[in-house]
Design a protein around this ligand. Sequence first.
Ligand code: HEM
Length: 548
Amino acid sequence: MLTIYLGTAAAVLLALHYCILDPLFLGAKAKIPGPKLYALTKWRLAMDDFRGSRTRTIHKLHQQYGEVVRTGPNEVHFSSLDALQKIYGAGSGFERTDFYRMFDVYGRQNLFTFHSSKQHGDRKKLLANVYSKTSVSKGAIASMVEDRVNEYMSLLAGNTDKPVDMFKTLHYFSIDSITHFLYGPKTGGTSAVTGNHGHRALLDDILDPSRRRLSFFATHLPRFTKWLYSRAGSMEQLVRPFLPMQKPATYTGIRAHALQACHDARVAISDSSVSDSLEHTVIRELFQQAEKSRLQDLDIASECADHLLAGIDTTADTLMSLFWALSQPQYLHVQHRLTAEIRSVAPLPKNGGLVEASDKFVYLDAVIKETLRLYAPLPASEPRILNSDSIVAGYAIPRRTVVAMAPYTLHRNPEIFPDPLKFDPERWLVGDVQTRLRWFWAFSSGGRMCIGKHLAMAEMTSLVTAVYNKYSTAIATGFEGKAPAITSRVELFYDERAAQFEVIECNAELMVFPTADILGTGTLLPNSIHRAIFNLAVAVSTASVLNE
Ligand code: HEM
């Protein structure tokens, strides 16, 4: 009996030590500021994930506790430049955490999900050339981007009498651009902008709001989620009501398309009648180096599929935020100045010169930077881990502690970006621009920064140039006072000056502003090139919402 008592007492003491005393008082992380409940259990931050408020909550914790905040028993969040350098600087040794494994495709790891710097570095070497600024901004890839821009302009030209749903059409533009870049026009390049219904339908599962719930399950209950989705037969029927997102789950269509594209490209590469179409594509680059680098076709398929997924929402959401911001009455002066800059070069180069010409517009660059600052498409934490103890921002960080930083918080530091919620491209042109650039983190930094940055910039600069060279934009009737929201992992992000948030059914997520905030006095630019002011429904919507 005594043994049982002693055993129970020892177990209770141990539990007390590991669950309360160590995290709150004794462990090395106990000195790090932050709310006690977050330090006690990882489920407190998970609750914020569930509510879709993680990034904003962490931002508030930084405002309350300072540059270093403990956000979990094993998690610390930072918001200073020295932490940025220490964790994400080239050669820092910090690696991506298991969180990223949910982005493995077809069971294979890829550039995005590799933990080790060695594996990552080896794969990156294979891709560096095709993604470099030199290869993207000139020649065949620049011409390919220009072709996609021209198709988008034709889509707009065919819609001058009615508003255009920017959310959907910009997604068509981004999926067409990235698929052509990865697979070429004949073996996977999509034609969503020009009206291919099958290719447009690839985006359907991205638009389903329940994808955020699936992200929550995949993040916090990865094994259970895998188990749920891999059931077959009668078990599948049984678990169906409990699926966080009904099948097809997010990106199912795109993953299937990417696998088929890889298969078709493999066949095409040895068929001289179509192999030319693979010139300058990512998949060709990988096939060519496959033997030397011991890459199997499934590794290549996974790599390309991940880039396809990474290249859709990011670019489309940024463009949507940009057009929406510039269409607000209070920011018409920004639209006017941008239009004047673009129209100062007349006529714009064609036949492959658009990307290079757009890259030179200084004000356009400032507008895109400001959009990425305030409406970063990936604003949330980027978790990292190190296999040895370290000191970050003056705090001892034990080995295998998850450390993270978020563009959202870095981009809202009022000391660096005064009046941070104001959309003000001017801040990238005057004052201490160098310091602001060091805090600009939309594409991350160091060895694991976004490899698609130059492609994304080429797509965005050339599309915005083409649109404002020909049109003015304004909010369509019925959408005044509303703003789009974007989905990123478990969260929705929207302009935080909004007083109210309203999720409208049928995939549309709109917000309502207080009227006083949004009504400005700007006048529309007389459009010398196109007769009428072109109304863009800069809103996340489906047809039924447009008709409301
Ligand atoms: C506005 C557009 C884009 C933004 C803001 C953006 C942002 C980012 C960020 C913040 C990361 C790091 C994420 C993390 O560590 O958690 C990243 C990584 C990555 N991005 Fe992008 N991205 C954009 C467009 C693209 C495009 C068009 C591609 C197309 C290929 C792409 C491919 C990738 C890949 C493959 C990685 C992983 C890189 C590595 O680990 O070495 N991104 N991106």
